[in-house]
Ligand binder design. Sequence first.
Ligand SMILES: [Zn+2]
Length: 499
Amino acid sequence: MTRTHLHSSAGGGASRRHILSMAAALPLGLAAAPRAPQSAPQQGQGQTLDTDLAAAIDAESEVQRRLVGDALESGAAYARLARLIQAAPHRLSGSPGLAAAIEWARQECHALGADEVKLEPVDVPHWERGAVQVVRVERSDGLGGEVLPSLALGGSDATPKGGVAAEVLEVRSFDELLRRADEARGRIVFFNRPMDPRLVETGAAYGGAVEQRVRGAIEAAKAGAVAALVRSMGSNVDDWPHTGGMSYQAGVARVPAAAISTAAAERLSGAIARGPVELFFEQDCRWREGTAPSFNVVADWKGREHPDEIVLVGGHLDGWDVGEGAHDDGAGCVHSLEVARLFGGFERRPRRTLRVVLFTNEENGLAGGREYARLHEAELAQHVLALESDAGGFTPRGFGTNAGAAGFAWLQRIASHLEFAGAGRLTSPGGGADIGPMAPKGVPLVGFRPDGQRYFDVHHTHRDTLATVSPRELCLGAGAIAAFLWTVAELEARLPRNT
Ligand SMILES: [Zn+2]
């Protein structure tokens, strides 16, 4: 059994030698595993992959398999997530928890043998949830008193002390609110458009509904309302409210905003159908003066041949104050750190530098992602690829990318070898919030795509805890990400940039 025969058309001799050294260490079961077909060239968005290049990519598939196996065998990603959550269960920007998480990450990177670990300063907004959170039915068909499970939206102002009481106007869209603007004056506007349950991609369903949360307070205020309530961004009907970022607009009044659970939204909508409903709403969340100091954690494991060429993997270390941010985005952070650990398990480093970036302030500002792109602007031409994991720690399905036709064909070939792990699907578009600011500089971006059916059960809720993370699924995801990035980091040829 020789790799050289199987991969005789591979372009990179050094790469083949590397594979041979790997193969010697492979367990028998893996060495005998079936390989992906060698039928290059392959189409990817109309682009043909050069035969030698395809063969060089295929030659890394044994290493890819080994990485996935190692991730599953070690369980290290899950153990690391448990440590993160023990060190810092709540990690909202400006909080002591986020500061503790940053220090934790710095130490983890050192322990993983990083050549360089930097804490890069970022000023972040500082908002705090208060102790008072009440949405209560005051009057409805002669009834009242029911408390609706709610959470202040991140960034919302408090209600006036003593709360507000007003009749509710239910709408499904901003268009409907515009049409009924005369009914909104002095009312509480209730945005009740569900995430589209017909969409298999829950992220797309979220994208189709989340404007209500982000801009609801602005649109409600424009119509003269006194407050905004939004149906939680959840896939199911349950009584767990989901928080999340919202915004105000200069020149528009700032009205308080909160999310109510999806089940409460159904009950409230039913009551409104029977007649006028008056709600009492009080919350005492607040903005702290100015910004708070924070940091992106940036760690490098230098490449053996091209230390100046960077393959970046990251997640965001901040998280909402409810739950433990286990899926969002503790999972992405430990996925990223696990790539470093898995690469470090080899006798040789990949050709290019692996950089792990744990971003700050994704949830309520994106200051970390923007600052990274600004600070590293001169270096972005040498960012070969940036991957973000910020969709939960569930079973991997594949990757999404913004790569152009040439890069897409490469990445599709690379992903095709992860079919055995269920992670072989490459789709377009893709990327991540924190790496997004690098896109204008031509850096190909990739977003990890795990199964999304359960993500919006826990996303931004008290339920996003370690207990909802499957060790096996989390580790399989980490292995798939490491295996995907391995080939990009190791291949002699360099992934084409976006134009
Ligand atoms: Zn996130």
